[in-house]
Design a protein around this ligand. Structure first.
Ligand SMILES: Nc1nc2c(c(=O)[nH]1)N[C@H]1C(S)=C(S)[C@@H](COP(=O)(O)O)O[C@H]1N2
Ligand SMILES: [Mo]
Length: 430
């Protein structure tokens, strides 16, 4: 599974108009008028938001059986000591992970909703697998059908592609659009379900299958008066048949409503949008598929990238301390700094911590397991002198990728991977 090759092939197909689902013509109709008026770097998301309502309606399945609207955008409680809320989204506050184990408990796992958590009745819910990439007709699976198939359990990170976006502005002085997340749009869960490959084989996937696209049963996503249809994003068949899970349990219990009940995708190492929640339908196509979530969103736009934007799928590498910026410590007393690092390219090999703004670095001690597609916990003892200090943590993975000093600017603020500067103070005698 070579993602770079997949992405460059899709970019070529997209440029030459070979795209079903969300064509380049539709994209240009949405963005053309507005981007002509914009000076500087193109911002398709902004352009789409400014497009005339109804200018380019995208067809989508109207019937969404089993879905009902929830009370608010997020169902679970969002106490301020555990979450920072941004509209329909909520990020985990890192101090809330300090004394919890390897997996993030549901009560503090971040939520990223394009609209609202739907309340789905699993008794009437069914998964429909359909499309020209199947050898026969459509197949449906009840939750009981899925539970009868051989299960798998795996600890996997789910991380929003925009995690850390706020640091493009606060640390690099750059203007980007989208939710100004800190580092808390990430979590590791223990997911149990059935391999997507098992379900696709039961559905009769054919040799000519090209892409696999799951759609959510949450409300369709409307931006600037344009209905973009249900949240959906294609996977190449190579990835779909590799390590993707159709999960029905999180941390040993049925998925909670906010995290995709009754069934969601878990796509290891890929950006969070790939892990479609509340899956209702899965299309197996015999042609390349496109959706707004791999054409106008989740592409890298900016001076360093092609005008159409560079598609991407994989997450990057990051580290976070289990504390808030501005945390205060007693001066002259030992403190144990703790944190976690993770990379989509593999396990973490080394984490270095600086307590003096990046001048000197010490190696952190690993605690707990090192898992592929999840994170590494670490700690470091420190005795701060009175005054202000800047902490940094910098991870290196088994492939040799290291967090840079500066993340690559892109207008939608994805894949922030630079080491984050965390101001803290030590007060008192000494
Ligand atoms: N149906 C649907 N699936 C979705 C989304 C959504 O809004 N609707 N958000 C995606 C995004 S952008 C992310 S980062 C992850 C977040 O998963 P979580 O809310 O369980 O943390 O879900 C993804 N799956
Ligand atoms: Mo996301």
């Amino acid at each position: 599974m070579d993602e770079l090759e997949y992405d460059s092939t899709r970019l070529r197909q997209w440029r030459s108009g070979q795209a079903r689902g969300f064509s380049r013509r539709t994209f240009l109709a949405l963005t053309g008028a507005a981007s002509a008026a914009l000076a500087g770097v193109p911002s398709p998301a902004r352009a789409a938001a400014e497009a005339r309502p109804g200018a380019a309606a995208v067809p989508h399945p109207g019937a969404r059986p089993g879905a009902a609207a929830g009370a608010g955008p997020i169902v679970k409680a969002l106490p301020p000591e555990l979450f920072k809320v941004f509209g329909t989204n909520a990020e985990t506050r890192w101090p809330a992970l300090k004394d919890v184990g390897y997996h993030v408990p549901v009560d503090r796992f971040f939520v990223r909703n394009h609209t609202s958590t739907p309340l789905i009745d699993s008794a009437t819910w069914a998964l429909e697998v359909f499309g020209a990439g199947l050898r026969g007709g459509p197949r449906t699976f009840s939750l009981a059908d899925l539970r009868r198939l051989p299960p798998v359990t795996r600890s996997v990170t789910v991380e929003c592609a925009g995690n850390g976006r706020g640091y493009f502005t606060s640390q690099q002085g750059q203007t980007v659009s989208g939710t100004a997340w800190g580092l808390g749009a990430v979590g590791v869960g223990r997911w149990r379900g059935v391999r997507l490959s098992t379900v696709l084989r039961h559905a009769g996937i054919g040799r000519h299958a090209v892409d696999v696209q799951a759609s959510g049963l949450d409300a369709t996503f409307v931006t600037g008066g344009v209905d973009l249809g249900p949240v959906r994003r294609p996977l190449p068949v190579g990835k779909a048949l590799d390590d993707v899970i159709l999960a029905y349990e999180m941390n040993g219990a049925p998925l909670p409503p906010d995290h995709g009940y009754p069934v969601r995708l878990i796509v290891p190492s890929w950006i969070g949008i790939a892990s479609i929640k509340w899956v209702g339908r899965i299309e197996v196509s015999d042609v390349p598929l496109f959706s707004p979530w791999n054409t106008q969103f989740y592409r890298l736009f900016g001076p360093e990238f092609p005008a159409e934007g560079l598609p991407f799928d994989r997450q990057s590498i990051k580290s976070a301390f289990e504390l808030d910026p501005g945390a205060a410590f007693p001066a002259g007393k030992p403190v144990r700094l703790t944190g976690r690092s993770w990379s989509a390219a593999g396990r973490i090999r080394r984490v270095e911590v600086s307590t003096d703004g990046g001048t000197t670095w010490r190696r952190a001690r690993f605690t707990g397991p090192s898992l592929d597609a999840a994170w590494q916990r670490w700690e470091l003892d420190w005795r701060p002198a009175a005054g202000d200090h800047v902490l940094l943590a910098r991870a290196t993975d088994v492939r040799g990728n290291t967090q840079p000093d500066v993340a690559r600017f892109n207008t939608l603020g994805y894949l922030f991977d630079a080491a984050v500067r965390v101001p803290v103070t030590a007060t008192g005698p000494a």
